[in-house]
Design a protein around this ligand. Structure first.
Ligand code: PEP
Ligand code: MG
Length: 878
């Protein structure tokens, strides 16, 4: 029979760390800790396979599971010296989810399971504390009711409030054992009222219900949402960990006290090498993470319980040496005895990831390849994020904890729904909450930054924001949140007001601050990038349209420009009128006159880029978008232009009308423009070559690459290649200088990929335009697809947005065919990609595998692509 359940406890566990696919991250690591001799309360893990079977079998348990669970309960009983359901010496369980990768707070947990009116007596006997026992009991009824049967948490909270009112007290801790005992009865009555049946007293029934609830929570909307944001497949399933309870809320004094905490073996925000954590006395696990009470820093434990502190930090060292990575642990101290409840690779900011990787390599804990693989390329984004200009002086409204670094500027909103609504309208928002909960995940995802009034460095807001690489200030305790406003003293900030957050120092500032770009060539970041550059075999270029962008790109390490979209220059100051005159001219001669005005401007633009790039390759694309994008559409503008061009308004209107298309993306654009209006292409080629000659005379050796967009047939390229060569020759003769140049094409129409062998006869290079290639392969409009792509992702029709991460299965095939066929005709052909996918790490890995020479992406993503290319080389050497 299949093995569904794995025991951990005593001397030896059945699982190991490398079994995380089967046991989930939590279960695999609990087993590993047992194997390392670390104190862990005994328990067992029900595998992720059972979750899959559960969904396949109409939410039934597979045969044999029940027996296996019962056998394992016996083993836990032996290890813990107590018995499940025994009124004298009861064993209680905590039931927790555990997916392959951690999904903090997204799924359900039931604690203190096994309590009923009989076993509670055993807990009283064991602890000698009646109040504690009834507090556990009422927590259990509440959690079980909420998680397993969907009784609203607030229904129970209302009963607690009523009890406090009746007793004239304000804190939960002021309720007596008798009050709590009454509350248990009231909770059960509420349960019966809502659920329509009695609260289950049989511990086995309780366990079954809780295990099922954890499986079911795999499919709750927030877990689905989280998976979508983090690209976690829906069919992985969760494991269930059933573990003997230990009690951080069991009271006790001095060295016999109880408490619970979370800690990191290095600082998860900065990466600094020191222990970092928080704990609460007399609390149960979830209390620390929920951020309801503000906990104490871990260093305090060294004073308060030196022996436990020493034992704990010895465990930190053991775990780091064993896993060779920074660990995030949960621990409980029950009457002075330490238990570890979890260890996992700690989530960290991009800054911390880089520092930890570089320092661990230096410490000899990991090798260089491992260090390079340790940093998720997308996380570098955070390091590349702006900071508040260090040279500006500003007034800080209030401070909180520096939970996740970088700076953010946005307008204040107070709910996750509002954040999503505002962001949808294109507003930049800062989400301000007392504390966040997993329901807020969507709003957090769209916000520029997050500010909370309560909670510590390990609160939900802090953990999730760091994972998202988003600026967060947590636990800003002076903030009082009211109705659509918050105040600090007598300063009131209303919904929609601008604020700035500095997540690096935990500062909140009223108004919009100036942000500056970070330094990326020095320090640990510089070291990691240098290692990446030594490893990678694929080049990284940038898409840039201006000398300024080119400069930024160079700063980030771009090895050339893979795409200059010339049309972006057409909107510049003083140009659009000439462009419009060119477009709206109704004969070639007038068009040439307008083009003559544009020529020197384009030439100056190109020369500027060439100068910045100092001899590195620059690929300039001829005009691509449909012409109607440049013409005026408002009456007033049309009238002004008509006067300037000295033509009747009606004539101009008719010409504008004639440019309208039903499907402009599939219409008169790309090389189709150059074929029908060759004088436009002639002007552009002349500007490119003249600029190259100009800078060549200055001693800068440039090799421009002229790129023809949207080619789908051999005829198009033949005609335009001939045009380029002819104009280039004339221009060089005029300038009296010879420069080397190349003519190539984009591969962005599926047909071009399919006939790439023929296309390559006239193309010295290909650049895959994966934006259009995706649009035309799927038949999804790149400008309108957002609406249904989100639903497609929700319903698992699409795993990712194919405009962000290359669809390797489909569009990827076209790229592969293009590569193969292109090289079959012209083995030395240079192959690159300049669609948005050039900056997406998974796509970069794909492009490496299919053998492209370079990727080109937006300047800010260049470091990400450099690191992704290095990781691709380590994983698939070529
Ligand atoms: C592309 O289609 O991938 C491309 C780079 O061109 P554009 O985005 O300008 O259409
Ligand atoms: Mg394109």
């Amino acid at each position: 029979m299949a093995k569904y359940v794995y025991f951990f406890g005593g001397e030896q566990a059945e699982g190991r760390a490398d079994m995380r696919n089967l046991l989930g991250g939590k279960g695999a690591n609990l087993a590993e800790m047992v194997n390392l001799g670390i104190p862990v309360p005994a328990g067992f893990t029900i595998t992720t396979e059972v979750c899959t079977l559960f969904y396949q079998n109409d939410r039934q348990w597979p045969e044999g599971l029940e027996e296996q669970i019962k056998e394992n309960i016996k083993k836990v009983e032996e290890a813990m010296g107590s018995k499940f359901g025994d009124p004298d010496n009861p064993l209680l369980f905590g039931v927790r989810s555990g997916a392959r990768v951690s999904m903090p707070g997204m799924m359900d947990t039931v604690l203190n399971l096994g309590l009923n009116d009989d076993t509670v007596q055993g807990i009283i006997k064991m602890s000698g504390d009646e109040r504690f026992a009834y507090d556990c009991y009422r927590r259990f009824v509440q959690m079980y009711g909420d998680v397993v049967k969907g009784v609203d948490h607030d229904e129970f909270e209302a009963l607690i409030q009523a009890k406090k009112d009746a007793r004239g007290v304000t804190l939960d801790t002021e309720l007596t054992a008798e009050d709590l005992k009454e509350l248990v009865a009231e909770f059960k009555a509420k349960y019966k009222e809502v659920v329509g049946e009695d609260f289950p007293t049989d511990p086995w029934e309780q366990l079954k219900g809780s295990v099922n609830a954890v499986f079911l929570s795999w499919m709750n909307p927030r877990a689905i949402r989280y998976r979508r944001i983090n690209h976690i497949p829906g069919d992985w399933g969760t494991a269930v960990n059933v573990q003997a309870m230990v009690y951080g809320n069991m009271g006790g004094e001095g060295q016999e006290a109880s408490g619970t905490g979370v800690a990191f073996t290095r600082n998860p925000a900065t990466g600094e090498r020191h222990y970092y954590g928080e704990y609460l006395w007399n609390a149960q696990g979830e209390d620390v993470v929920a951020g309801i009470r503000t906990p104490q820093p871990l260093e305090k434990l060294e004073e308060e319980m030196p022996e436990v502190y020493k034992q704990l930090t010895d465990i930190f060292e053991k775990l780091e040496q064993h896993y060779t990575d920074m660990q995030d642990v949960e621990f409980t101290i029950q009457r002075g005895k330490l238990y570890m409840l979890q260890t996992r690779a700690g989530k960290r900011t991009g800054t911390a990831a880089v520092r930890i990787a570089v320092e661990m390599e230096r410490e000899g804990l990991i090798d260089r390849d491992t260090a390079v693989l340790r940093v998720p390329p997308g996380d570098l984004d955070q390091l590349l994020h702006p900071q508040i200009d260090p040279n500006t002086k500003y007034e800080v409204l209030t401070t909180g904890l520096p939970a996740s670094p970088g700076a953010a500027v946005g307008r204040v909103v107070f709910t996750a729904e509002e954040a999503e609504e505002w962001a949808e309208r294109g507003e930049k928002v800062i989400l301000v909450r007392n504390e966040t909960s997993p329901e807020d995940i969507g709003g957090m995802d769209v916000a520029e930054g997050i500010l909370t009034a309560r909670g510590g460095m390990t609160s939900h807001a802090a953990v999730v924001a760091r994972g998202m690489g988003k600026c967060c200030v947590a636990g800003a305790g002076d903030i009082v949140i009211g109705d659509k406003q918050f105040s600090v003293g007598d300063v009131v900030v209303k919904e929609g007001d601008w604020i700035t957050l500095n997540g690096t120092d935990g500062e909140v500032i009223v108004g919009k601050m100036e942000l500056v770009e970070p330094e990326v060539t020095s320090g640990d970041f510089g070291t990691l990038m240098q290692w990446a550059d030594e490893i990678r075999t694929m080049e990284v270029r940038a898409n840039a349209d201006t000398p300024h962008d080119a400069e930024v790109a160079r700063g980030f390490g771009a090895q050339g420009i893979g795409l200059v979209r010339t049309e972006h220059m057409f909107f510049g100051e003083g140009r659009i009128t000439a462009v419009r005159q060119m477009i709206l001219a109704d004969n070639a001669e007038d068009r040439r006159k307008a083009l003559a005005k544009l020529l020197p401007m384009q030439q100056a633009d190109f020369a500027g880029i060439f100068r910045v790039m100092k001899g590195l390759p620059v690929t300039i694309r001829l005009l691509d978008p449909p012409l109607h994008e440049f013409v005026p559409h408002e009456d007033k503008q049309i009238a002004e232009l008509a006067e300037e061009m000295n033509v009747p308004v009606e004539k101009l209107e008719a010409r504008i009308e004639s440019l309208k298309e039903f499907n402009p993306m599939l219409g008169h654009r790309g090389c189709r423009l150059a074929i029908t209006y060759p004088e436009i292409a002639e002007m552009q080629v002349e500007a490119i070559i003249a600029a190259a000659c100009e800078v060549a005379k200055e001693g800068i050796n440039v090799v421009p690459e002229i790129m023809i967009p949207l080619v789908g047939t051999t005829g198009e390229l033949e005609i335009l290649k001939e045009l380029c060569d002819r104009v280039a020759k004339e221009t060089m003769e005029k300038a009296g200088v010879e420069v080397e140049y190349h003519v190539g094409t984009m591969i962005e129409v599926p047909r071009a990929a399919l006939i790439a062998d023929k296309i390559a006869e006239n193309a010295e290079f290909f650049s895959f335009g994966t934006n259009d290639l995706t649009q035309m392969s799927f038949g999804f409009s790149r400008d309108d697809a957002g609406s249904f792509i989100n639903e497609y992702r929700d319903r698992d029709i699409l795993e990712r947005d194919p405009f962000q991460s290359l669809d390797q299965e489909g569009v990827g095939q076209l790229v592969e065919i293009g590569v193969q066929k292109g090289r079959s005709t012209r083995p030395e052909i240079k192959l690159g990609i300049c669609g948005e996918h050039g900056g997406d790490p998974d796509s970069v890995e794909f492009f490496h595998r299919v053998g492209l020479n370079y990727v080109s992406c937006s300047p800010y993503r260049v470091p990400i692509a450099r690191l992704a290319a290095a990781q691709a080389q380590i994983k698939n050497p070529r």
